[in-house]
Ligand binder design. Structure first.
Ligand SMILES: *Cc1c(COP(=O)(O)O)cnc(C)c1O
Length: 474
């Protein structure tokens, strides 16, 4: 017992630990309170270890080193970790392009530049440089969006969930909105169409069945209290077999005949022709507008490839109403979003530029031969760490993610690592890779680590390999 007690007495006091020369530089660089907390936590953790041995009546390992110099090294590591940002840039090797947990779309360089400049300076957010009078934050984006989407008005809000909510609140509060049962979807856990409708004050009228809804189902639901039809992109699920949904153009016609509105929530919001790039068909925003939808809503940070935002396009009179709605202020976008979205949208004025410079589109259209080449290059780097036996290149698929094209499989090649049984367990390596700087997120399939080059930027490849090396070597 006395052995434990003497060890506890051997633990340095916080003050003397902080006087260790090893921590001198750190104390100049980091806030004192951060280093102090790390020292307290380190000592407490050793105390707990020692009393743990005592409680279990186990022998303490002979080589336990409680010298201040050794503890100082741990204090420094802990302080550095605690002083680092919680929100960090990381390497996405999952091959899921629009990964909601990983921040969705990385921004194009021009958007980052715009952000930088607007963030660090005053700007004309609500000031008209033309008249010298007060301006509106909504003016910076509207013309550009209208041109790209072939529509007469647009408003940008905080996100698409907010856009759907506000559109419903503005046009259908206290009235009925008709939705197909096949489209009452949940997206990302917290966005459920029935809940959003309830919160907006619109009464949901469900029609049709899960797999089939016909035009006559919508028509039968219309009464004097009906305000609109809502069509929702199923986004993150895909039905196969006997299914039937009503086309936007038919629903728009029916809405028009009855003096109702058609709202279409497209979710992802594509404005390029996907089939042109060998990808599955997706309705474009301008197609829904041309088909007669009165309002179309979509996200800024899914297939559009820009910052988080919810965009509503459509009829001028309705959008003016939305703009002056009391709740618009609660969902308004800030100057950063406007700056990044404007820069992203400007790239779409030249389709080639959009494909080239918007990361989401570069990844979506990456050609399989270049992915194969990059997978081999990655595998080469990984062989240098693990030896050649555990490393291979395998054919597989990448996913779009983010509730867009759920059934689409984009052919790719992966660098694969299957460690021998006696080596480090793959889940341990995955855990370690979440704590590296930068963290690396990847796929694990049947004990094989899989790296998809599609979502790794070319200038991250060397860092990726070096980070894996450090994680593996502990
Ligand atoms: C993703 C999605 C939303 C939510 O958009 P956020 O921008 O994440 O708020 C709403 N509707 C559909 C159909 C979606 O796919």
């Amino acid at each position: 017992m006395s052995n434990y007690q003497s060890l506890l007495r051997e633990l340095p006091a916080v003050d003397s630990l902080l006087r260790e020369p090893f921590l001198a530089d750190l104390l100049k660089r980091l806030p004192r309170r951060v280093v102090l907390q790390a020292a307290q936590d380190t000592i407490a953790s050793y105390r707990q270890t020692i009393t743990g041995y005592a409680d279990a009546d186990e022998n303490i390992p002979e080589n336990i080193d409680l010298s201040p110099a050794t503890l100082a090294i741990e204090v420094a590591a802990l302080a550095e970790k605690n002083a680092g940002s919680n929100l960090k840039a990381l390497i996405n090797a999952t091959g899921i392009i629009i990964h909601t947990n990983l921040g969705r779309a990385p921004l194009p360089g021009t958007a980052v530049k715009a952000l930088n400049s607007i963030a660090a300076n005053y700007n004309n957010l609500e000031f008209s440089l033309q008249s010298g009078k007060r301006g509106s934050r909504h003016e910076h984006l509207e013309e550009l969006i209208c041109e790209l989407c072939g529509t007469e008005a647009a408003i940008v809000l905080n996100n698409n969930a907010g856009a759907v909510f506000l559109a419903l609140n503005a046009v259908a509060s206290g009235r009925e909105v008709v939705v197909s049962r096949g489209q009452l979807v949940e997206i990302g856990g917290s966005f459920r169409i029935p809940d959003i409708m309830a919160a907006s004050g619109a009464a949901l009228v469900e029609v049709g069945t899960t797999n089939k809804t016909y035009l006559r189902d919508y028509e039968a639901a219309v009464n004097e209290n009906t305000a609109a039809f809502l069509k929702v992109h199923a986004s993150n699920y895909h039905m196969v077999g006997f299914t039937s949904e009503v086309k936007t153009v038919e629903l728009a016609d029916l809405a028009y005949q009855h003096g109702l509105l058609l709202i279409e929530d497209l979710g992802s919001g594509v404005i390029l022709d996907l089939e042109k790039y060998g990808l599955p068909f997706e309705p474009r925003v301008q197609d829904s507008v041309a088909a007669g939808a009165d309002l179309v809503t979509f996200s800024g940070d899914k297939m559009l490839g820009g910052p988080q935002a919810g965009i509503i396009v459509g009829r001028k009179d309705i959008i003016s109403g939305i703009r002056t709605n009391q709740l618009a202020r609660t969902l308004r976008v800030d100057k950063f979003t406007i700056a990044a979205l404007e820069a992203t949208l400007r790239l779409y004025l030249d389709e080639e530029k959009a494909i080239d410079e918007i990361p989401v589109w570069r990844m979506l259209t990456a050609d399989v031969e270049s992915l194969k080449h990059r997978a081999h290059k990655l595998a080469e780097g990984l062989s240098d760490i693990f030896g050649t036996d555990p490393v291979s290149v395998v054919k597989s698929v990448s996913r779009v993610g983010g509730g867009a094209l759920p059934a689409a499989e984009l052919p790719t090649y992966l660098a694969a690592v299957k460690l021998p049984e006696e080596d480090l367990h793959p889940t341990e390596l995955i855990d370690r890779l979440r704590h590296t700087n930068p963290p690396v997120i990847l796929r694990l399939q049947q004990d094989t680590l899989l790296f998809d080059p599609r979502t790794v930027f070319e200038n991250q490849e060397a860092t990726l390999v070096e980070t894996v090396r450090k994680a593996y070597q502990g």
